[in-house]
Design a protein around this ligand. Structure first.
Ligand code: MTE
Length: 302
């Protein structure tokens, strides 16, 4: 392969591959339509028509322990992270294992805008206009073997750029996983951007998982490793507190966290007088995903 390592993924990947710019081609009339409204129409069926949070809210109120425990630290401290070059090791029960440059991961994937509700296990929520592609597209590209039952993910481990990884008791690298049928559901995406911009580093650039019917901690950031396996993989919050954070972590108002209720949530940015709102089973995505859990007791498989 000729000098591939000399090129960075951002140089070899056309922007149109990681941003959905269809709306820009809409011409003079299209110029009057906001990108978000146009994007909503394009992704009809998967996107909510609820008003998205502002980019400011989405990129300054974060959970990213590699950059500190507060909501504010990631937006400043993550800026020092090097995200180009970036590669993802894909292995386990796949036909084409290997270490793929991000440009090779993105090749052939259809990037869409998906406006999803996002519900954190801490009982706050947002609406986020992601750019991303269906995880199933990447899994089909590398060829999932019939024996595979789960997909495991791992975040970058680079203490010199991720101060939270320097000492302390948190087990790094952050790991997560989903069942293969959950991974193949069309709602499950790997996000590469938001608001028609490159994904902010504090939101998990250059590649993060988004599983909108599950609590936010499943949506692992800065992914460097994807492994197909036949055993349920360990997940960081389950390792830390198994009685509080299960493997499934489906949004469920009927199963409380041992230390707080999950019946309602606080929408971020709702304003001083905005109240809490009722949390909906599977974060409102039951029509698309409830069948995945037929026959499972969701109080056991929390
Ligand atoms: N991924 C990594 N690597 N490290 C983290 O600390 N936090 C998780 C998830 N992914 C986290 C992570 C949690 S608890 C939440 S709620 C979401 O990221 C927050 O995503 P956001 O900051 O983009 O809103």
């Amino acid at each position: 392969m000729p000098f591939k390592s000399d090129l960075r993924w951002s140089e070899v990947t056309p922007k149109s591959l990681f941003f959905n710019r269809r709306q820009i081609m809409a011409g003079a009339a299209g110029a009057l339509v906001s990108p978000i409204l146009a994007g909503r129409a394009a992704a009809a069926g998967f996107s909510t028509d609820e008003a998205p949070n502002t980019l400011e809210e989405i990129s300054t109120y974060n959970n990213y322990y590699e950059f500190g425990y507060s909501k504010e630290e990631p937006s400043t401290k993550a800026q020092a992270l090097t995200i180009d070059p970036w590669s993802v090791e894909i292995g386990g029960m796949v036909d084409k294992p290997g270490t793929y440059d991000l440009s090779d991961v993105l090749a052939g994937m259809t990037i869409e805008e998906r406006i999803y509700r996002f519900r954190c296990v801490e009982a706050w929520s947002m609406v986020i206009p992601w750019q991303g592609f269906e995880l199933s597209g990447l899994l089909n590209k590398v060829g999932v073997q019939p024996s595979a039952k789960f997909v495991a993910f791992e975040t970058l481990y680079r203490p010199e750029e991720m101060p939270g990884q320097q000492g302390g008791s948190f087990p790094y690298p952050y790991v997560e996983g989903v069942r293969l049928d959950e991974a193949m559901n069309p709602l499950t995406i790997l996000a590469t951007g938001l608001y028609d911009e490159e994904l902010p580093k504090q939101n998990g650039a250059p590649l993060r998982l988004v599983v909108p019917w599950k609590y936010g901690f499943k949506s692992i950031k800065a992914i460097v490793k994807i492994t197909l396996t036949d055993v349920m993989p360990p997940t960081t919050w389950n390792i830390l507190a198994a009685n509080e954070y299960g493997f499934y972590a489906n949004v469920n108002p009927g199963v409380d966290h041992p230390r707080w209720s999950q019946a309602s949530e606080r929408p971020i940015g709702g304003g001083l007088f905005a109240g809490r709102k009722d949390t909906v089973l599977f974060n409102g995505y039951g029509e698309q995903v409830a069948s995945l859990y037929a026959g499972q007791d969701l109080t056991v498989d929390y």
